[in-house]
Ligand binder design. Structure first.
Ligand code: UDP
Length: 217
C-alpha cells in the first residue's frame, strides 16, 4: 500500500512520504521559524526558542538498534517529528508487511537537493559532526558546487568537555542557521539532538550518520 502515510515496523512508525515532500517539510519549518523569530521581542530572543523540530533517517541497522536500545527507540518515537524509511532493508521489511515505501529517503541523496533548496530559500545550514576538518571540507565542496548556498558554520563531532559542547551550541545559535545536520552516527546524533533541543535555536535538526565522510572527498 503506497498510500499509507505511515509504515509500522516493530515499534516505530516510519513516515511514508516522497523525497520532495520531505524537503518541503524542512523548508516550510525553516521559513515558519524565521517568521516567528522576527516577531519575537528582541530582548527575549536569547531565552526564547520557537522550537526545533527533529527528524531521523532509519535504516535496517537503526531499526535493529531501536529494538534493543530503549533510549534510542523512545527518542525516535517521541522526540522525532518524523522518521524516514532509509534503504533497501527497510524497503524489503515494509513490502513483507504489505507496505510500499514511496521513496528511499536517505541523507546521501537528500544532501545535494537540500543544499539547492536552502540556497533558493535564502536559508542556511550548520554542519556538525565527523572528525576534525571533515565538516569544513564538506562545506567547502558544497559551496563550490552551489555558489548561492550559505553554510553558516561547521564543527567536528568530538567534544572533550561539557564546556566545549556548550561553546559549540553557542556557535550554532549565533550562526543563524535554520537547519542543523548532525553527523555523529546513530543513535548518538539522535540522542544529542534530543538532549539539546530546548537550547538549540534552529528550526530543523536532522541526524545524518556518516554523510560528511562521503561528501568531504
Ligand atoms: N562521529 C562523531 N562523533 C562521535 C562519534 C562519531 O562525529 O562521537 C562521526 C564519525 O566521525 C563518522 C560518523 O559520526 O563521520 C558516523 O558514521 P557512521 O557511518 O558510523 O554512521 P551511520 O551512518 O552508520 O549512522
Amino acid at each position: 500500500d503506497t498510500s499509507s502515510p505511515e509504515i509500522p515496523l516493530f515499534e516505530l512508525k516510519l513516515s511514508n512520504i516522497s523525497m520532495d515532500d520531505m524537503l518541503s517539510n524542512f523548508m516550510q519549518q525553516s521559513v515558519m521559524y524565521k517568521a516567528c523569530q522576527t516577531k519575537i521581542d528582541p530582548r527575549a530572543t536569547s531565552q526564547h526558542s520557537v522550537g526545533m523540530v527533529q527528524y531521523a533517517f532509519v535504516n535496517a541497522d537503526c531499526l535493529n538498534m531501536s529494538v534493543n536500545d530503549p533510549f534510542y527507540r523512545r527518542c525516535l518515537q517521541h522526540s522525532c517529528h518524523k522518521v524516514f524509511a532509509d534503504g533497501s532493508g527497510i524497503r524489503i521489511a515494509s513490502l513483507w508487511k504489505g507496505f510500499s515505501p514511496k521513496d528511499n529517503l536517505n541523507g546521501t541523496d537528500m544532501f545535494p537537493r537540500l543544499c539547492e533548496q536552502v540556497a533558493e530559500h535564502n536559508l542556511s545550514i550548520f554542519l556538525l559532526g565527523g572528525a576534525a576538518g571533515i565538516a569544513a571540507k564538506t562545506a567547502e565542496n558544497m559551496q563550490h558546487k552551489y555558489p548561492n548556498l550559505t553554510i553558516a558554520g561547521t564543527h567536528h563531532g568530538y567534544f572533550d568537555s561539557v564546556e566545549n559542547e556548550q561553546a559549540v551550541i553557542a556557535q550554532i545559535n549565533a550562526s543563524g542557521a535554520s537547519i542543523l545536520l548532525v553527523a555523529m552516527g546513530a543513535p548518538k546524533q539522535e540522542v544529542w539532538l534530543e538532549k539539546h533541543q530546548p537550547v538549540l535555536n534552529v528550526a530543523v535538526g536532522i541526524g545524518v550518520g556518516g554523510l560528511f565522510d562521503f561528501y568531504s572527498e
